[in-house]
Write a protein that binds this ligand. Structure first.
Ligand code: DGJ
Length: 310
């Protein structure tokens, strides 16, 4: 059975894909899908929230974006209660970037305590895209709190883009050439708009960002914003979703935008709050249209993703 949008997906061994809040990186001729492995029972956090204890970050590989082979955990939870990667920690939205300068793979993620009040980011590095990644640092980017985040590469530069000021405002922070730290250059956008789950891409000289509202695991309306410059105000435009349940992003949440053969795609997580490990995925084309191609459309389809790779 092929994987269908909105449902739990299976890997090439027939096991559920455990790569939530993730991303797809193309390196050489292989696609690498990194995400949160939530293959454990829901537990109640100290503030009464629903979560799965930290297990690790999974990696799956594919050459056709359709068949995903499980490569194992590339960052693994520690058994030691005093360890920074102990299972009670929150490690979400992993994003991997390759540093041409060091030839290393750098994994960034949202790092938190079980009450989401620590609000930092973590950095780990590996020589190989299938790990193992070794933890290098955990810190608050430019001394700001950091929750949902992504990494965006723009030519020779790269940026950490993260919800901050208690999820009120989005921050964009420039990465160093080795991709392991920040240069100190940063700006804030979407001020007081309460957006999270950023997915970013560039098209026709415009920067587009798709985000969700902040309603925990429950779906809400996605919005897109755009700007001719990354470091200038981004204007919130509209909900780009079209189709059933478009007001709830098809019961999904934005996660990551990536480009293949000139087309842009949006990854969604379809969270199942009662049993997070059963959460599903979608990959949907993002259509850029209109005068001067300044508008976006994301049309629902249940069809399994594979694009022209199918
Ligand atoms: C919404 C975020 O987008 C998710 O990554 C996760 O942190 C949940 N909140 C937890 O409620």
């Amino acid at each position: 059975m092929p994987n269908r949008n909105g449902e739990q997906w299976l890997d090439t061994d027939g096991n559920p894909v455990q790569a939530h809040g993730g991303m797809i990186l193309k390196h050489e001729d292989t696609f690498y899908w990194y995400g949160e492995n939530k293959a454990g029972p829901n537990v109640v956090s100290s503030i009464g929230g629903r979560k799965v204890d930290f297990i690790g970050i999974s990696c799956y590989t594919s050459t056709n974006l359709k068949d995903w082979h499980y490569e194992g955990l590339v960052l693994t939870a520690s058994e030691e209660p005093q360890d920074k990667l102990y299972k009670d920690k929150i490690i979400e939205r992993p994003k991997v970037i390759f540093s041409k300068a060091t030839q290393e793979f750098v994994l960034w993620f949202h790092y938190d305590h079980d009450d989401y009040l620590y609000a930092a980011c973590g950095v780990a590095t590996a020589k190989s895209p299938i790990g193992p990644f070794i933890l290098q640092d955990i810190f608050k980017p430019n001394r700001k709190d950091c929750r949902d985040m992504t990494i965006f590469e723009d030519g020779e530069k790269a940026y950490l883009i993260h919800s901050s000021d208690f999820n009120k405002t989005m921050y964009i922070s420039e990465l160093t050439e080795d991709r392991k730290a920040l240069t100190g250059l940063y700006t804030k956008i979407l001020i007081d708009q309460e957006r999270e789950a950023p997915a970013v891409f560039k098209r026709n000289g415009l920067y587009f960002m798709l985000t969700s509202g902040t309603t925990g695991w429950d779906p809400n309306a996605a919005l897109y914003s755009r700007s001719p410059f990354l470091f200038s105000p981004h204007k919130l435009i509209d909900n780009p979703c079209e189709g059933p349940n478009y007001r709830q992003t098809f019961f999904g949440q934005t996660n990551y935008a990536f480009e293949v053969d000139g087309e842009v795609y949006l990854m969604l997580d379809h969270w199942k709050p009662e049993n997070l490990q059963a959460s599903g995925y979608s990959i949907l084309p993002i259509e850029v249209f209109g005068e001067k191609k300044r508008d976006l459309r994301v049309v629902w389809t249940e069809k399994p993703f594979g694009g022209k790779y199918q």
